[in-house]
Design a protein around this ligand. Structure first.
Ligand code: TMP
Length: 224
């Protein structure tokens, strides 16, 4: 038990898996029903975190060491969790976060090969035993997700370029996907896997159903 009155929901997945579109649709749904919530993202979500995000995603930063990367993600997360997420949850609000600690396990742990136990200990230092109440994992074949990301960029104009992670080899993204699937296997009560290949409309309906069924504190959401 996390011990807060609110509800902490995270959306996770590999590149182009559709999670950000679903964060958008879910938050719009809450807005339309007047259900108070906070939408945020990791890395980012605070002025400090957004500055760190720029460094992390900047494709010019080619010589960043995996451990430097890990520490930057953790620093952004520490700031976000203590400045935004925890106070909101203690006030009984819903927090919807685009990525969180599972991304570090998947990308820096499984993807980069940093020791998983080290990551677990660092998370314990910055988050204690707190975890999201519910995590929706968008799973889709890596190549398909990367294609979708490329397509999105080509339709968004020339200024939109691949970031440091989108440039990574397919094998890196495969390891990240494997990592996510392991997390889902290890924590089936918290992490719910959905098929990122489904249409946005179907996924939105599925997510509403999953959240209303699995939410440990359903009165916060009213009737979804
Ligand atoms: P986003 O564009 O989905 O917000 O993600 C930013 C990138 O950062 C994405 O490629 C995944 C990566 N990432 C990590 O490598 N580790 C982390 O802990 C987080 C939160 C994101």
């Amino acid at each position: 038990m996390n011990g807060w009155k609110g509800l902490f929901i995270t959306f996770e997945g590999t590149e182009g898996s559709g999670k950000t579109t679903q964060v958008e649709l879910f938050c719009r749904y809450l807005d339309e029903r007047g259900i108070s919530h906070i939408r945020t993202r990791d890395p980012g979500g605070t002025p400090i975190g957004e500055a760190v995000r720029k460094i992390l995603l900047d494709r010019e930063n080619t010589n960043m060491r995996p451990e430097t990367e890990l520490l930057l993600y953790l620093s952004s997360r520490y700031q976000l969790f203590h400045q935004v997420i925890l106070p909101a949850l203690e006030q009984g609000r819903i927090v919807v976060c685009d990525r969180f600690a599972d991304s570090t396990v998947a990308y820096q742990g499984y993807g980069r090969g940093i020791d998983l136990e080290w990551i677990r200990l660092m998370h314990h230092q910055i988050l204690g035993d707190k975890k999201p109440d519910l995590t929706i994992l968008f799973d889709c074949p890596v190549k398909e997700g990367l294609e979708r990301t490329k397509h999105r960029m080509s339709t968004q104009g020339e200024h939109c370029r691949e970031d440091r992670f989108e440039q990574e080899a397919v094998s890196f993204h495969q390891r990240v996907r494997t990592g996510y699937l392991k997390i889902a296997e290890q924590e089936p009560h918290r992490v719910i896997k959905v098929n990122g290949r489904n249409s946005p409309e179907d996924l939105h309906r599925e997510i509403l159903s999953v959240i209303s069924k699995r939410c440990p504190n359903p009165c916060l959401l009213g009737k979804l």
